[in-house]
Every structure is written in structure tokens, then in C-alpha cells.
Ligand binder design. Structure first.
Ligand code: DAH
Length: 349
């Protein structure tokens, strides 16, 4: 006959087996909590046995007591061990380290070239000029012919461009990528009678090999002013004012004789070198001057193309290389940087 204590000890062996199974099967925190609620709390299965110590003779009590304490300790440490194991990162890499720094999204910014172009525009707008634009795919007529550049004129050679093959149109109907912003002069004068006072900033194209100062895509800002009594002095004053507003009051301008088929007289104009302020440096090749572009009084032949009365009106026009102005303004030494889309460069502005 088995004694009462032996029966209780056998029950405890079964309890241990059930606890071990339950713990093994618990694969997440909720299941583990269930194990705790069944076996380990104050009214749990193990605690029930402590109450039954009282059913035993005092001589038998220590055997059961010893076993109960030993079980209690081993349940608790097995439970704690399992809890720690479940909290460990899984080897699948699912673990997220919340202490790592986040990924910051950078805000974009206006392209440096366009920032300078905006500044150029606002200077001329403040001087009373309106902003005009024209198509980048332009007709031969506007790009050359109406600017007094006939088909075989040698000045076309300097502005070799990309022609768009749209069939067998006659020469003047041919489309091309515009080589300068000057065609906007013609388009504007076709639309309205004088007074005209506009600038035309925009993208232009030439079949140039890229280097530090050339890019097949670049930007110009055209200017045109036509009214009664306009003279070369007005042109000079306008460009002088512009140069000082963009680069500072110490900047001077100078004109050199030049030739453009759409102006008469024509000039090339320079600004005081903005890097050395006229002393002579590498950028201005020691001259103290930086070449900007061409300008002049609108040729009466051009007025003929747009039916302006050249006896009544005179006008001046100029071009300017916007990329070159931006390079000087921002201290950029290679025009190609504007078009490479390298964010390490672009982020600096
Ligand atoms: N279109 C000329 C060029 O790209 C620049 C130019 C010269 C524009 C004289 C003008 C001008 O309006 O009057 O080289």
C-alpha cells in the first residue's frame, strides 16, 4: 500500500511533466503568460499542493515540502529562461533596432542656375521690362531669316544646331532647336506695336563640344526695347544698371565693335571681372574684363520683317549668357556642373 506522501509525490511528477510540455509548447509571450497563470500564480496548480501539506503527518511533511520547494524553484527558473529566450531576436533578421537614427528626407531646392536667372529677371522687371518666352523648337524663319540672317549667311556657321527632321519642308519652314533667344524678339514684335520693352530668358542649343565653358544646352537672356527716340545711350545705361545690381556698384561695362546681322551698329560688351574686380586674374586672363555677349541698335531690316516703321522707331537689343553670369555669381568654374545632376554639387546652393 502506498503511503499518502508517495501518492502526492507521484502527482507532483505528473505536474512536472505537464509543466514541461506546456512550457515547451509556448512559442510566444501570450502562451507563456498562460503557463504562468495555470502553474505559477498564488492559486495555480503548484500552490494547491502547498495547501495539502497539512493533510500529512508531521513526520512525512518534510519529504513533500522539500520536493515542493525544489519544484517551485525549478519551475520559476525554467519559466524565466523561456521568457528570456522568447525576447531574443529571431535569426530571420526581423529584429528592429529602435535606437538607430532615422532616415531624413531631404527637401529639394531650386536649381542654382534658375536661382540666378530669377535674380536676373527680377532686376529687369524692376527696370520696367516684361518677360516673354518662345518655343525651344523654333522655325528657321524666326531663328535666322527674320533676324536678317539669310540661308547662306556665314554667321549661321557659328550657330550650328540640331535640326528636327519633320519631312521635306522648305528651308524657312524647317524646325530646329533655337540657337539663341533672339527669335523671341521677332515673335514679340509680330504680336504688338511699340513701345516694346521685354526680356526673354530661356534655354538654347548648339552643336558645341562640351568643355568647361561650352555646353550643347545653355541659357540666354535676350533683351529688346523699341520706342520713339531710343538711342545707344539707353542701351548703355540699361546694361550698366543691370551689371551693378547683379554684381555690385564697382562694376563697369565696356563696349567693343562687333557684328550681328540683326543690329546696326553692333557691339560686344564686357563687365569688370567679378572675381578680381578689374585687377586681372586667371578667370579674365589678366584683362580685368569678362565678355558677356552682344548688343546693338535693332537693324532697320529687322523692323521690315515685322512691319515696324523704321523712320519712326528705333530700338536696342542685347543677348547675355545666363550660365556664364551664374558661374561668375556663384563661383562655379565648369558650366557642365549645372547639367550633370550631381546632387553633391547642387546641394551647395
Ligand atoms: N543672339 C546673339 C548670340 O547668341 C547675341 C545677341 C547679340 C543678341 C546682339 C542680341 C543682340 O539681341 O542685339 O550670339
Amino acid at each position: 500500500m502506498t503511503s499518502k506522501v508517495d501518492a502526492l509525490l507521484a502527482e507532483l511528477d505528473q505536474l512536472q511533466a505537464r509543466f514541461d510540455d506546456a512550457l515547451r509548447d509556448a512559442t510566444n509571450a501570450e502562451a507563456l503568460e498562460q503557463v504562468r497563470l495555470v502553474f505559477l500564480v498564488r492559486k495555480g496548480e503548484l500552490a494547491q499542493f502547498f495547501k495539502r501539506l497539512g493533510e500529512l503527518d508531521s513526520a512525512e511533511r518534510p519529504r513533500l515540502g522539500e520536493r515542493l520547494n525544489q519544484l517551485k524553484n525549478s519551475f520559476e527558473s525554467a519559466f524565466a529562461e523561456k521568457g528570456a529566450a522568447l525576447a531574443q531576436p529571431k535569426e530571420t533578421g526581423e529584429f528592429v533596432d529602435l535606437t538607430l537614427p532615422g532616415i531624413r528626407r531631404r527637401l529639394g531646392a531650386r536649381h542654382p542656375l534658375l536661382q540666378v536667372l530669377d535674380e536676373i529677371k527680377s532686376i529687369f522687371v524692376s527696370m520696367g521690362f516684361a518677360i516673354e518666352s518662345g518655343p525651344e523648337a523654333e522655325l528657321d524663319y524666326y531663328n535666322f531669316e527674320a533676324l536678317n540672317i539669310p540661308p547662306d549667311h556665314p554667321s549661321r556657321d557659328m550657330q550650328d544646331t540640331f535640326y528636327l527632321d519633320l519631312g521635306s519642308e522648305a528651308e524657312s519652314k524647317r524646325y530646329m532647336l533655337r540657337t539663341h533667344t533672339s527669335p523671341v524678339q521677332i515673335r514679340t514684335m509680330e504680336k504688338q506695336q511699340p513701345p516694346v520693352r521685354i526680356i526673354a530668358p530661356g534655354r538654347v542649343f548648339r552643336r558645341d563640344a562640351p568643355d568647361a565653358t561650352h555646353s550643347p544646352i545653355f541659357h540666354q537672356c535676350e533683351g529688346l526695347c523699341v520706342d520713339e527716340g531710343i538711342s545707344f545711350a539707353d542701351l548703355k545705361g540699361t546694361l550698366q544698371t543691370f551689371a551693378q545690381k547683379l554684381f555690385g556698384p564697382d562694376i563697369k561695362i565696356r563696349f567693343r565693335p562687333g557684328f550681328f546681322p540683326f543690329t546696326e551698329p553692333s557691339a560686344e560688351y564686357d563687365f569688370t571681372c567679378t572675381i578680381c574686380r578689374g585687377k586681372g586674374c586667371r578667370t579674365c586672363k589678366g584683362t580685368g574684363w569678362i565678355e558677356i555677349s552682344g548688343a546693338g541698335m535693332v537693324d532697320p531690316a529687322v523692323f521690315g520683317f515685322v512691319n515696324y516703321d523704321s523712320e519712326r522707331y528705333t530700338g536696342y537689343a542685347w543677348g547675355m549668357g545666363a550660365d556664364r553670369l551664374a558661374m561668375l555669381k556663384l563661383g562655379v568654374e565648369d558650366i557642365r556642373m549645372f547639367f550633370d545632376n550631381d546632387v553633391r554639387f547642387l546641394r551647395q546652393f
